[in-house]
Design a protein around this ligand. Structure first.
Ligand code: AMP
Ligand code: MG
Length: 531
């Protein structure tokens, strides 16, 4: 396996798209450019906390005892390799529904684009490697706690089968970063860190929006042509029709991504249009969270506690709203609203159809006629919401409910596999138990109609309903240890989350519901944007 010095850089973004002629690293409005040249800020003591070997492999890299020091230097931002061409991207975005103007990579610095032996292109991006022209009033840095969260969740999502940016490495910088976690006048020194993210492209809806808003249509077209050429080459040459086709495919991919989020119980927390990828990847892991007890109104983001714009159940609607903003940005290219509206309709169709299929698979049922709504699904959600029921454990438990020869089992026996999903079993009263048993009987009847043997149903359900997800409190436990220099739990979680659907002996504690102490602890049930 070749080492760091054999990485081959292609750097198409900086070679093919207009850059900012001003190379000073000063905060400013950058007009007429897709990117600004900027180098990472060196740190005093880079130390590799963890890395994902599969991501290294995508780059034809292997981390060994011989190169780990150099690896930490490069991915902590201390050294640029031959061929790297580091830059920050210019983009805008709608934040919480309002146009925010220029945002840009305020603490992300792209190192360059690599081509691997299989001819795949991967862009390497450091997050938290110092200020850029887009840093506005902030410092360009990231703290260890948010970097652990980004690193672990990127990889967890990938292994769950959710489209996402990847994370190559997590490097502690040895420097301290000041953060006022709850914006309440209590700033603290926290350990700093840098994550190296990896994706085929980090272009966001906001990269197009900024040119739309500034009426820089020439640049808008150049970025669209670039994206079509490299990310959507199967759609053909640049022309109004193919820009619309690209928008249509972004709509489809976004629908697919959201379906996966809803399947696994992921809440992004900050679905601003600058946090939406043009490739339909989950991007920017900030105050995200995982549903524990099923509650469609839950948001992990304290900044969003009032309006709950980005709550779990609203994510499909918000994605559509974001696509509408992207559609507006595409309008000057397409010159006609109809094909763009068709893209939005396509989003709705892919989502609705996909949701039916996804729910059928979560329940282990055959998908019926696309037009037929599954009444069982509609009746299930209120039941899960009525008493605190862990979504992840419920679906794993449901896979264990006997349907063959079920008439023999009484209500209590039927509910037994679901018992671990109740947060407060003593509060689950008879009425609720009866309702749930009633639902289970309908479920069993429906399974029997399908004629699926229990063993086969369990197997198929366990392929779409994860056992191990990055529960908010698990990430926090790993952070608590990491902040004291112990990285074992970060590494162990990374390893467990590589096989989220498979029961792993000895790892039972990673599949248990949130303990009582975590119910109201910061980082476990609520997160601020301060990171
Ligand atoms: P986010 O809400 O994390 O997506 O961030 C919105 C914008 O703020 C993006 O342009 C980020 O790059 C920028 N930003 C967030 N945190 C920092 C920071 N610590 N330093 C500089 N820019 C930041
Ligand atoms: Mg962002």
């Amino acid at each position: 396996m070749p080492g760091l010095d054999s990485l081959r850089f292609t750097n198409r973004f900086t070679r093919e798209l207009p850059g900012d002629p001003d190379t000073r690293n000063l905060r400013r409005q950058v007009r007429g450019a897709c990117w600004s040249r900027v180098s990472p800020t060196a740190v005093c003591k880079p130390e590799l906390v963890a890395h994902a070997w599969e991501v290294a492999k995508l780059l034809d890299l292997e981390v060994t005892a011989d190169n780990v020091v150099a690896f930490a230097e490069v991915f902590g931002g201390n050294r640029l390799l031959e061929g790297m061409d580091s830059f920050a991207m210019c983009y805008g975005g709608h934040q919480f529904g309002n146009w925010a103007g220029q945002l840009g990579d305020g603490r992300a610095i792209n190192l360059g684009e690599v081509i691997n032996q299989r001819g795949e292109h991967w862009t390497l991006q450091l997050k938290g490697a110092g200020p850029t022209p887009y840093s506005r009033t902030a410092d360009g840095l990231a703290v260890l706690r948010s970097s652990v969260r980004e690193f672990l969740c990127s990889e967890a999502m990938h292994h769950l089968g959710v489209p996402t940016t990847r994370a190559l490495s997590l490097v502690a910088t040895g420097e301290s970063v000041v953060r006022d976690m709850f914006y309440d006048g209590n700033p603290k020194h926290e350990p700093g860190a840098v994550v190296c993210r990896v994706a085929p492209s980090f272009v966001r809806f906001g990269n197009f929006q900024i040119f739309g808003a500034r009426e820089e249509h020439d640049h808008l077209r150049q970025l669209a042509d670039y994206t079509l050429r490299h990310d959507y080459p199967h759609l053909g040459q640049p022309c109004a029709e193919n820009y619309a086709a690209m928008f249509n495919e972004v709509c489809e991919r976004t629908a697919t991504m959201i379906l996966h989020w809803m399947r696994v119980g992921f809440v992004h927390g900050v679905m601003n249009t600058d946090n939406m990828s043009i490739l339909g990847l989950t991007i920017d892991y900030g105050p995200y969270g995982w549903l524990e007890d099923y509650d469609p109104d839950w948001t992990p983001n304290t900044t969003d506690a009032q309006g709950k714009r980005y709550r779990f159940g609203a994510q499909p609607q918000i994605a559509l709203w974001n696509l509408l903003q992207l559609g507006n940005a595409f309008y000057p290219l397409v010159g006609d609203a109809k094909p763009l509206e068709a893209g939005l309709d396509r989003y709705a169709a892919v989502f609705q159809q996909g949701q039916r299929a996804m729910m059928a698979s979560k329940l282990g049922l055959s998908s019926r006629d696309a037009a037929e709504e599954e009444p069982l699904v509609a009746e299930l959600w209120p039941l899960l919401n009525a008493v605190e029921t862990d979504m992840t454990l419920f679906f794993r438990g449901l896979a264990e409910v006997r349907c063959e020869g079920a008439a023999m089992v009484d209500d209590a026996g039927m509910l037994a596999p679901l018992e671990p999903a109740f947060y407060q079993p003593e509060l689950v009263d008879e009425t609720h138990r009866k309702l749930l048993a009633g639902w289970l009987k309908q479920y069993q009847a429906r399974v029997r109609e399908d004629g699926t043997p229990d063993a086969m149903r369990r197997e198929s359900m366990n392929r779409v309903n994860p056992l191990y997800v990055l529960r908010n409190y698990l990430a926090q436990l790993a952070i608590d240890k990491a902040e004291h220099g112990n990285y074992n739990l970060v590494r162990e979680l990374l390893e467990v989350l590589r096989h989220p659907y498979t029961e792993q002996p000895g790892k039972e504690s990673f599949a248990t519901k949130r303990p009582e102490w975590a119910r109201s602890r910061a980082g476990c049930s609520m997160l601020s944007c301060s990171s």
